[in-house]
Design a protein around this ligand. Structure first.
Ligand code: FAD
Ligand code: AMP
Length: 474
């Protein structure tokens, strides 16, 4: 007799482990199957996000930011330090410790919530059983009334630049270098390329980012992208747009790149190459042939607006399904699915999922860009406010960027907020709350914001929508 559960989750990333915890909170007997092994070969719960994504990248971004500030920005405060050095093993070791703390934390949460973890690869069988193949090849089958597929995503590999994680790196490799590469090539100026490119640039690498598209950061609002491009250039990050990598050959201890742009083919030689051209849903070995679960043209598991696959009792969440590939989006889907299974009213609003890029300056947005609204023919008005006029930002010596707010021209409902500047990863939360409550720019304009704080930029941008910002000309 196989062990029987109310809910089996396949995948313990931020989508899957959160789904398992919420299911357990609601009184459901839950199990979670995950194949990820840490550096010690033992099970490491938390998926991409905790092991090789959000958390380790932020640890390295924070350490490298401290080093960069010490070597470049502290002089203005009257602080100088001679011979500042970075010890890469300590830098990486701190990150590893943080990862271990958080993956271990998920194991503790599973214990506290009486969730059974299984270490191995899970395959959904017809009739909602899951076959688990352990790291030693042993197989066992468990079953449940409901199965939640949360298998996440993996980096896209270019056929002519295969990952070896020695010379040609994916995200995991770029988070684990033993020394600062003299020359680092990055393919793709997306979120991951910009964040990890920044980490090694701050430690002294000569970083060149090649981006196939002609526009920089085209997912973001154009005004935000413009400020970000200018600031990255000032930092010495070389970003070549309209530059498509076509070849990467490893020769001795170098990677020889060929890329094409409007002027023809060019060569570039680097010591390490990070390929960050996007991620794809991961479903290898996940589904037996006869489950009835469908994949779309991009290999994502097909789900309806309630994350249901159309097969009785089978749900899917996170990076493996449509929508932005972001940890918090997956987690909210996990909560909602557990609630739907328990007969409650789950809720996920994909229209207000905030995006954050943790570069310097940070970039954050929620809702529609000005271009999207133009294309959709929606009438809108715009307010903006620069951090240069925010006392706190100037006191911090980080007075770069702006907050831009877009509201409906007739109803004043906030349709999008786009930020680049200090602390905007936190500031965006206020705007998401306002948007979730269908708030107007006037609502935010009438709310008291503490002085002096960075949040005053949000307040002033809201006032500026109605051309009544106090600390700038309107
Ligand atoms: P995953 O986290 O990918 O987890 C899936 C898990 O399922 C993995 O452990 C995998 O081993 C396991 N699995 C897959 N198939 C099976 C199977 N058949 N059997 C058993 N186990 C299986 N997002 C943010 O929101 N903020 C950030 O700052 C951020 N930074 C990032 C930085 C980097 C470098 C990267 C690569 C990603 C970053 N992301 C960030 C994206 C974020 O990591 C993903 O959106 C998130 O991890 C998706 O969660 P998930 O649970 O859907 O999948
Ligand atoms: P993201 O999907 O945000 O991680 O960004 C990945 C980026 O990589 C996209 O902006 C793509 O345009 C870019 N890209 C994909 N293939 C190539 C290539 N061969 N050369 C350069 N850039 C690429």
């Amino acid at each position: 007799m196989s062990e029987k559960y109310d809910v089996i989750v396949i995948g313990a990333g931020p989508a899957g482990y959160v789904a398992a915890i919420r299911a357990a909170q609601l009184g459901l007997k839950a199990a979670c199957v995950d194949a990820f092994a840490g550096k010690d070969g033992k099970q490491a719960l938390g998926g991409t996000c905790l092991n090789v994504g959000c958390i380790p990248s932020k640890a390295l971004l924070d350490s490298s930011r401290q080093f960069h500030n010490l070597t470049h920005n502290f002089g203005v405060h009257g602080i100088t330090a001679d011979n500042a050095k970075i010890d890469v093993p300590t830098f990486i070791g701190r990150k590893d410790k943080i990862v271990k703390q958080f993956t271990g934390g998920v194991a503790q949460l599973f214990k506290a919530n009486k969730i059974t973890p299984y270490f191995g690869t899970g395959k959904l069988l017809k009739g909602n059983s899951v076959e688990i193949t352990g790291p030693d090849g042993t197989k066992q089958t468990i079953s449940a009334t409901n199965v939640i597929l949360a298998s996440g995503s993996v980096p896209i590999e270019l056929p002519f630049a295969k990952f070896d994680n020695k010379m040609i790196l994916d995200n995991a490799g770029a988070l684990d270098l033993a020394e600062v590469p003299k020359r680092l090539g990055v393919i793709g100026a997306g979120v991951i390329g910009l964040e990890l490119g920044s980490v090694w640039k701050r430690l002294g690498s000569d970083v060149t980012i090649l981006e196939a598209l002609p526009d920089f950061l085209s997912v973001a609002d154009a005004d935000v992208a413009k400020v970000a491009a200018r600031e990255f250039a000032k930092q010495g990050l070389t970003i070549k747009l309209g530059a498509k990598l076509t070849k990467a050959d490893i020769k001795k201890k170098e990677v020889h790149l060929t890329y094409e742009d409007k002027d023809g083919a060019h060569e570039l030689v680097v010591d390490k190459l990070l390929v960050a051209v996007g991620r794809r849903a991961y479903t290898a070995g996940l589904l037996a042939d006869d489950t009835g679960v469908k994949l779309d043209e991009r290999g994502r598991i097909v789900v309806d607006e309630h994350n249901h696959t159309g097969v009785d009792g089978v749900w899917a969440i996170g990076d493996a399904v449509r929508g932005p590939m972001l940890a918090h989006k997956g987690s909210e889907e996990g909560v909602a699915v557990a609630e739907w299974i328990a007969g409650k009213a789950g809720h996920v609003n994909l229209d207000t999922v905030p995006w954050v890029i943790y570069t310097e300056p940070e970039i954050a947005w929620a809702g529609k860009t000005e271009k999207q609204l133009k294309d959709e023919g929606v009438p809108y008005k715009v307010g903006s406010f620069p951090f240069a006029a925010i006392g706190r930002a100037v006191a911090m010596n980080e007075a770069v960027g702006q907050v831009k707010m877009i509201a409906h021209a007739e109803t004043d409902r906030i349709l999008g907020v786009h930020m680049v500047g200090p602390g905007v990863s936190e500031l965006i939360a206020e705007c998401v709350v306002a948007m979730e409550f269908k708030g107007s720019s006037e609502d935010l304009a009438r709310i008291v914001h503490a002085h002096p704080t960075l949040s005053e930029a949000v307040h002033e941008a809201a006032l500026s929508v109605d051309k009544r910002a106090i600390h700038k000309g309107n």
